[in-house]
Design a protein around this ligand. Structure first.
Ligand code: ADP
Ligand code: MG
Length: 225
């Protein structure tokens, strides 16, 4: 089942009177259960692609069909519902709320979807390997553990797709490896689609497919083995 279909996707930023084309006509479709890595040099448009595919940023040309509906046709409330129920985000810097515990960070996210019971929250923390730390505050955790909390937060509403922007970019090698193994497990066991930006080509082996970007275009689209 196709979940995302981008056709001639374009994005132009305007700064003062200048225009900067950042996405220059991208065609892409992603099916349920794929694990797509997007790599390419800094400034090639990876984050912009992720944000336009997920509806975080508007695009300026072409189209994106997400879950069978053109993104530009979603009303604000449909978009809010889609964001809280159907997709999850993981960022490089975790973005946890510092004065809430691990458990409360997940609870808050679940309230934005359909509020979950205590056992459902503990189950998702168990799935990402951090249940024992549920009453810790973010500052009491390592970067790798904080990223696990962020992944649990992205998972709590059972999204169909997780978008991740350089999720191991601020982690050391060992923590990065274990987060990649976690993504792979989630992809294989929950069949959740993962679209992950990475600047490290080594990590593309965890995925099923790799897009290489250069200067606003996809220059290579290959299956990983
Ligand atoms: N809000 C913005 N306004 C203007 N230019 C932007 C904005 N966001 C990103 N850009 C430019 O778009 C290009 C691609 O950025 P980005 O998608 O962040 O690339 P990547 O994630 O591959 O490093 C860069 O040249 C960046 O400077
Ligand atoms: Mg980026």
């Amino acid at each position: 089942m196709t979940q995302i279909k981008a056709t001639n996707l374009q994005k132009v930023y305007h700064v003062e009177k200048l225009t900067y084309p950042v996405l220059k006509g991208i065609d892409l479709s992603v099916k349920q259960g794929e694990f797509v890595s997007i790599c390419g040099p800094s400034g090639s448009g990876k984050t912009t692609l992720l944000y336009t595919l997920s509806g975080l940023e508007p695009y300026t040309g072409g189209s994106v069909v997400l879950f069978d509906k053109e993104l530009n046709l979603y009303t604000d409330s449909e978009k809010a519902k889609m964001r809280s129920h159907d997709i999850g985000f993981v960022f490089q810097m975790f973005n946890l709320i510092p004065n809430l515990t691990v458990y409360e960070n997940i609870l808050l996210s679940s309230v934005l979807g359909t509020q979950k019971s205590k056992s459902e929250i503990l189950d998702v923390l168990d799935l990402v390997g951090i249940k024992e730390n549920n009453d810790y505050y973010p500052y009491q955790l390592s970067g790798g553990m904080q990223q696990r909390v962020a992944i649990a937060r992205a998972l709590i509403n059972h999204p169909k797709i997780i978008f991740a922007d350089e999720p191991i970019g601020s982690l050391d090698y060992k923590n990065g490896l274990s987060i990649m193994q976690l993504f792979k497990k989630l992809n294989q066991e929950l069949n959740v689609t993962i679209i992950m930006v990475t600047h490290n080509e080594d990590t593309t082996k965890y995925g099923t497919r790799t897009l290489h970007m250069l200067d606003g275009k996809v220059i290579k689209d290959e299956n990983s083995n």
